[in-house]
Design a protein around this ligand. Structure first.
Ligand code: AMP
Length: 427
């Protein structure tokens, strides 16, 4: 098979690494890719927003299957366009991608289907939203309805902060994403990322993971796209995973089918595990980043048949096998991230780092400049490792990090702390 993967981040490098390992794949292309992905796939300079150009590439290169990494092309309907042109594609169609594209859509679906989620109200103008906030009190959460590249959520500790967030969103601070907002109750608990593969009718659980959103050690400082992740998440016991499937994922799949928008693809549920059980914080309609980097390390089965079965509606009797080991990934970011960061600094020592047992290095934002790898983004590298425990995976990942010679970058030193503390040798 010839496969085209769309995207350019650490998630796509991990997917490319796993796809390239499949005996079913003869040629793997990635658009646009990055310097690390170039080791697994042939990178092609395609603009993924130009659906006609992507279709033309697929025809010219006899692509049998397309895998879409990021959410923006999904929400823009690239799956609909590729499928209409006869190119089988993994990922949800435009209407199904609303589960990420519109928070209000998802909240209404939860309410109608009895899916546990925070109490909420939707608003299309500021005064009514602020009145609701004053009535509810703080802490309270304000969310832009549409895609806002991770910047659309304000967890407000005071009523004033929540009102300021409403004003910012309706004043156009997040562009079109903020023309409608959702205001919802604050949920207390532990966050976890849960992934399921869906074929429009059936779903199978993948694995769970936890990430670290804050930039600083001890979960301090501003939010980022994710500074590290590990899998499995100890809080996601088999019983909790079963509840998540029964109470959240499967009712969603049924509701989407009933609406004529069957959900095919990977469904990434951001959950809060509360005293009452798992509650849905949000859906993403694609693999997580950096969670995918640890999931792919733990996946024993071939990824290609699984993605094809999801697209073909054939997941009913499907089974995936996982390594029992834990995986952990440390994100290395350019100095200054998540604020203004430096670009173009040279990264050395990558081969020495990759030689550490159990380690894989996935590139998130790199460029090849005449044989030298240079930073080309905020999040730049994912140093990932498998190990018999989270603590050992962590030790391997940081041993590799310490072999990387990159004065222009930094990382957190405490990825996995929650899980390590829970392990028998932790505490
Ligand atoms: P989201 O983009 O919806 O995942 O929100 C970003 C982050 O805000 C989440 O990862 C949570 O840490 C936090 N958050 C969102 N909604 C809530 C909520 N209802 N209660 C508490 N924290 C929340």
């Amino acid at each position: 098979m010839n496969i085209l993967l769309l995207g350019s981040g650490g998630r796509e490098h991990a997917l490319a690494w796993k796809l390239a390992a499949s005996p079913l794949v003869s040629r793997l292309y990635c658009a646009p890719g990055n310097a690390g992905i170039a080791r697994e796939a042939e990178c092609v300079a395609l603009d993924t927003a130009d659906h006609a150009a992507v279709i033309a590439f697929c025809k010219a290169n006899r692509i049998d299957f397309v895998v879409v990494g990021p959410e923006a092309p999904l929400v823009a309907g690239i799956v609909d366009d590729l499928e209409a042109a006869g190119v089988p594609t993994f990922g949800p169609a435009r209407l199904a991608a609303q589960l990420e594209g519109s928070k209000g859509f998802t909240k209404d679906l939860c309410r109608e289907s009895g899916i546990p989620t925070a109490a909420y109200a939707r608003f299309s103008e500021a005064e009514a939203a602020k009145a609701y906030i004053r009535e509810q009190g703080a802490p309270i959460v304000v969310k832009a309805d549409g895609l806002a590249a991770g910047k659309g959520v304000v967890v407000a500790e005071t009523v004033a902060q929540a009102e300021a967030a409403v004003d910012m969103m309706f004043a156009g601070g997040l562009g079109a994403a903020g023309t409608e907002v959702v205001v919802e109750a604050f949920l207390a608990g532990e966050e976890v990322s849960f992934f399921a593969l869906c074929d429009g009718e059936h779903a199978i659980a993948l694995a769970s993971a936890q990430d670290h959103k804050r930039v600083g050690d001890g979960d301090t400082g501003p939010n980022t796209g994710g500074m590290g992740a590990y899998s499995p998440a100890p809080i996601m016991t088999p019983a909790m995973a079963q509840r998540t499937m029964d109470e959240i994922v499967l009712p969603t799949v049924r509701a989407m089918k009933a609406r004529g928008a069957p959900y095919k693809g990977v469904l990434f549920a951001g959950l809060m595990v509360t005293a009452e059980g798992p509650q849905l914080i949000e859906y993403n309609v694609r693999f997580g980043d950096p969670e995918t980097q640890v999931l792919m390390l733990r996946l024993m089965s071939d990824l290609v048949p699984a993605l094809m079965a999801a697209r073909d509606g054939q997941l009913k009797a499907f089974d995936l096998r996982w390594y029992q080991e834990a995986a952990l990934a440390v994100v290395m970011a350019a100095n200054g991230y998540p604020g203004d960061y430096t670009k173009g600094t040279v990264i050395g020592g990558l081969d020495k780092a990759a030689a550490v047992e159990g380690v894989e290095i996935f590139h998130a934002g790199t460029r090849d400049e005449g044989g030298r790898i240079v930073a080309n983004g905020g999040r730049v590298l994912n140093v990932a490792a498998l190990g018999p425990s989270v603590a050992e995976a962590k030790a391997r990942a940081y041993e590799a990090v310490d072999r990387i010679d990159w004065p222009g970058g930094f990382c957190r030193r405490d990825i996995g702390w929650r899980a390590v503390k829970r392990e028998p040798s932790g505490a």
